[in-house]
Design a protein around this ligand. Sequence first.
Ligand SMILES: *Cc1c(COP(=O)(O)O)cnc(C)c1O
Length: 234
Amino acid sequence: MANLRRIKKACYLANRSEHEVQLLLATKTVDVERIKIAINQGVTLIGENKIQEIKQKYEGLAAIYHQKHFIGHLQSNKIKEILTYNVSCIQSLDRLSLAEKLQKRLTLENKTINAFIQVNTSAEDSKFGISPKKAIEFSKQLSDFDRINIKGLMTIGLFSSEKEKIRDCFIRLKQLQQEIITTNIPNIEMNELSMGMSGDLEIAIEEGATIIRVGTAIFGKRAYPDSYYWNENK
Ligand SMILES: *Cc1c(COP(=O)(O)O)cnc(C)c1O
């Protein structure tokens, strides 16, 4: 994977150790065979956007060691199903109603799960995530949910050719992380910052990403536009 070099270089230029930045393979639309090749090269973290795809690929990937995060919009009526597929982290927790239902279901099944709070740092309507203004309040509310282990924050940067505007999103996420840490909320860990994709991973690494989510730069262009994955009604 030639693009591992790109990540190495970005870490080097940002004066960060490669070990501080974990690569998550964004595998939407990518079939099992290609995912296996990537995992065999040593990248063991994948992220999926749709339960349907997790389901389709589940058997095929069962025998190969990997971890799976959910990075798409999670509808409440899919909670029960998602818990059957060994998803270790939900990166897109963005509303109280979802957390409540998740907590309830996890309690029933006597399970726990890791989660990141998704923040809409770009203020684009097309993207999910809690508004930055509400993120601290939301963290406090999540403190009571003992089945959900909050580990950090996730965001999708602004789609723009203006790098400084994209950078502002990542700076905002980092600031929020620091504010939440200072607020010192019980049961809320804030070590992870999931930000940066194929188009902006260098900027995200410069601004402190601990997980970058990369699809096209590794697997090539997808047949579907991303709006297919990010809009509620499609
Ligand atoms: C598809 C996707 C990515 C990866 O996007 P690329 O531009 O292909 O690297 C990252 N995060 C989320 C939430 C995605 O849906």
